[in-house]
Design a protein around this ligand. Sequence first.
Ligand SMILES: Nc1ncnc2c1ncn2[C@@H]1O[C@H](COP(=O)(O)OP(=O)(O)O)[C@@H](O)[C@H]1O
Ligand SMILES: CC(C)(COP(=O)(O)O)[C@@H](O)C(=O)NCCC(=O)O
Length: 307
Amino acid sequence: MNESRKYHRFSREEWKSFYRNGVPPLTEDELQEIKSFNDKISLQDVQEIYIPITHLIKLYMKEYESLQLSKGLFIQSFQDVPPFIIGIAGSVAVGKSTTARLLQMMLSRTFKRRNVHLVTTDGFLYPNHILQERGLMNDKGFPESYDMELLINFLGEVKSGKPKIKLPIYSHEIYDIVPNEYQEIIEPDILIVEGINVLQLPSNQQIYMSDFFDFSIFVDADPKTIEKWYLDRFEALLETAFQNPSNFYYPYAVGPKDKAIAMAKDVWKNVNLRNLNEFILPTRHHADLILRKQASHEISDIYLTKY
Ligand SMILES: Nc1ncnc2c1ncn2[C@@H]1O[C@H](COP(=O)(O)OP(=O)(O)O)[C@@H](O)[C@H]1O
Ligand SMILES: CC(C)(COP(=O)(O)O)[C@@H](O)C(=O)NCCC(=O)O
C-alpha cells in the first residue's frame, strides 16, 4: 500500500509495545464472552492489537469531549457532549462485524458507565421489493442499494442527542429487511457503525457519513484471502443456518454442494469483489486506522493516520 504520506505504518511487534501498562489483562469471563461470539478469534490479537486500539480511541474521545466543552464556552451555551461515533469499513467477509463486536466489548469494559451501541448499515438497505422495482437485486451492497437519506438522518439524530432511536433490521435469513421490526438505540454514549459503505460519498448526497465519525477503521486484507473467508463462511452456513427451510439459501443447502459453491463463487466475483474494487477500496485512505489482516486472520500491520 502506498499510503505512507498519510499514514504511520507499524508492525504488530511495534504496535503491541505502545500501550501495555495500566490496562488489566482480560478476565476469564471476558475471554469466554469473546469466544462465545467467535471461537476462532486469536486472544493474542485481543491483547496485542485491541488493547492499544482501545487506548487510542480513549485519547480521541478525550480530545473530542474537551473540544466540545470549549466550543460550548465559546458560544456561551452549555451543550451536552454528543455521542462519539466510530465507523468500521471494509469488504464483505473481511471481518468487520467481528472487529466491531470485539471493540464494543473492549469499550464497554473500559467505559463502564457508558452505553456502547453497535449498528450495521445493512439495516439501511432498501427492502427487496424496492430493489426489484429498481433493477438492483444483483447490486445489494452497492451505493445505490442503500437508503442514504435514512442513514444520514439516523446519524444526525444520534448526534443531536435524541434519547431513543429506531432503525430497520436486515435479516440474512430472509435476505431482506424484516417488516415492522426495529432495533432500538437508547441513550448512546458511543456508537459503532459497521458496514461496507461507511466511508463512501454517494453521488446524490451533500453529506458524507464520515462527517459524523469521530474515529474510523478500515479492515483490510488481500482480496484473494477475503474470497476464501467468504467461501468458508458460506460453506459453514450451508451446514447450519441454510438448513432452515425458511432460509433464503435453503434450496442450495439441500441441492448438490458443488452447485452451491459455484453460485457463491459467482456472487463473490460479480457482486462482492466488484463492489470491493469499485467502491470500497477507494475509501480506504479516508480511515484513521487501517488494520491489515493475513490469511490466519492475524493482524500483521497497522496504519495510523499522521494528521
Ligand atoms: N479475528 C478473526 N479470527 C478468526 N476468524 C475471523 C476473525 N474475523 C473474522 N473471522 C471469520 O471471517 C468470516 C468473516 O467475518 P465477519 O466478521 O462475518 O465479516 P464481515 O462482517 O466483514 O462480513 C467469518 O466466518 C468470521 O468468523
Ligand atoms: C448485506 C451486505 C450488503 C453487507 O451489508 P453491510 O452490513 O456491510 O452494509 C452483504 O452481506 C450482502 O448480502 N451482499 C450481497 C451479496 C451476497 O449475498 O454476498
